[in-house]
Design a protein around this ligand. Structure first.
Ligand code: NDP
Length: 313
């Protein structure tokens, strides 16, 4: 039987509607959550991502502003900007779009963001909060993975979960969230021996690798839930055919654009898995929805103690 396709676009729409309702109720308490996005230099892909984030803010009623230091911005200049944003009371979330220009010290700049405003959840203090199960800000894509599981009523507690990928922004926080939700978690990476056999243990398999269609059917236990975080641009014709031969809609886009977006999971997995997130339209839309949700969460965590009407919201 073909896998149930988990519709991330629909779930993200639900979350955005919930966030918009929260923003309206915060407005009654005199609070408008605010997000500052720092986009340093010119990077076409980053500019597209930032546009999407600013537009999503507008839709849910979050105040947003964009800061665009030039390509030549130094570490000191960027640190001064972050410090200014840290001090502003109307800004609840600060998002530093990566990559920064080469001369800027990214680690130092990310470390300078006030952890209470770190809506990306990358600051070591938020990483520590996550691993010790304290309230804090959780990275958006991993939080989105958990929302997909929760809202699709997929049991996590007591299940075998396997995460392929151990990056600080996806693999490790996903593994930590699954562990906190009482799954038995295995984390795999490029040095893992017999990866297909380890993956076949999974009731929940999360692929966050960055290799188009690497997870084929022999990696998947029949009936497993497969979450595909990968976003890979496929431009090579042979690679395209390995993944999408016979898919008329994909063939048409590939012919027109010369590329297509593919996940880390091969489409044939839909014949074995119980449930599967598509690419595009799976995890991707949740990432921006969780950024909106994190901004509202930051506003509540940060201002909650000072605005009595927010207590318990
Ligand atoms: P990284 O490159 O930082 O990490 C990739 C991980 O995959 C590493 O841990 C690496 O292992 C592991 N890996 C690489 N090759 C293999 C292999 N052959 N076998 C087993 N493990 C392997 O990537 P990210 O975590 O940043 O991103 C992963 C994917 O998710 C990318 O496609 C990215 O575009 C996508 N992404 C999607 C988002 C969304 O909103 N949907 C958001 C963020 C990312 P090792 O550590 O040993 O090198």
């Amino acid at each position: 039987m073909a896998a149930t396709i988990l519709d991330g676009t629909k779930l993200a729409g639900d979350i955005r509607a919930e966030v918009a309702a929260e923003v309206r109720s915060l407005a009654e308490a005199g609070v408008r959550p605010g997000l500052a996005v720092v986009l340093a230099g010119h990077n076409p892909a980053s500019e597209i991502y930032v546009r999407g984030k600013v537009k999503a803010c507008e839709e849910v009623g979050i105040f947003s502003e964009k800061h665009t230091p030039p390509d030549s911005a130094t570490t000191a200049e960027l640190l001064a900007l972050i410090e200014h944003l840290n001090q502003r009371d109307d800004i609840d979330g600060i998002l530093v779009q990566l990559p920064l220009p080469a001369q800027a010290d990214s680690k130092r700049i990310l470390m300078a963001v006030d952890p209470a405003k770190d809506v990306d959840g990358f600051h070591p203090m938020n990483v520590g909060f996550l691993s010790t199960q304290r309230p804090g800000l959780v990275p958006c894509t991993p939080a989105g993975v958990m929302e997909i599981l929760k809202r699709s009523h997929i049991a996590v507690a007591g299940q075998e979960a396997v995460v392929v990928g151990r990056s600080d922004i996806v693999g490790k926080p996903v593994a930590m969230l699954l562990l906190n939700a009482n799954a038995t978690v295995t984390v795999c990476h490029s040095k893992t021996g017999d990866l297909p056999a380890v993956c076949r243990r999974a009731d929940i398999l999360v692929a966050a690798i960055g290799r188009a269609g690497m997870i084929t059917r022999n990696f998947v236990k029949p009936g497993a839930t497969v979450i595909d975080v990968g976003m890979n641009k496929v431009t090579d014709l042979a690679e395209f055919q390995r993944l999408f031969a016979g898919n008329a809609r994909r063939e048409e886009t590939f012919r027109q654009k010369g590329s297509t977006l593919a996940g880390d999971v091969h489409p044939e997995v839909a014949e074995v898995a119980g449930a599967l997130t598509p690419v595009p339209g799976g995890v991707g839309p949740l990432t921006i929805a969780m950024l909106m949700s994190n901004t509202v969460k930051a506003a509540k965590l940060r201002r909650g103690s000072r605005v009595p009407a927010l207590a318990g919201k």
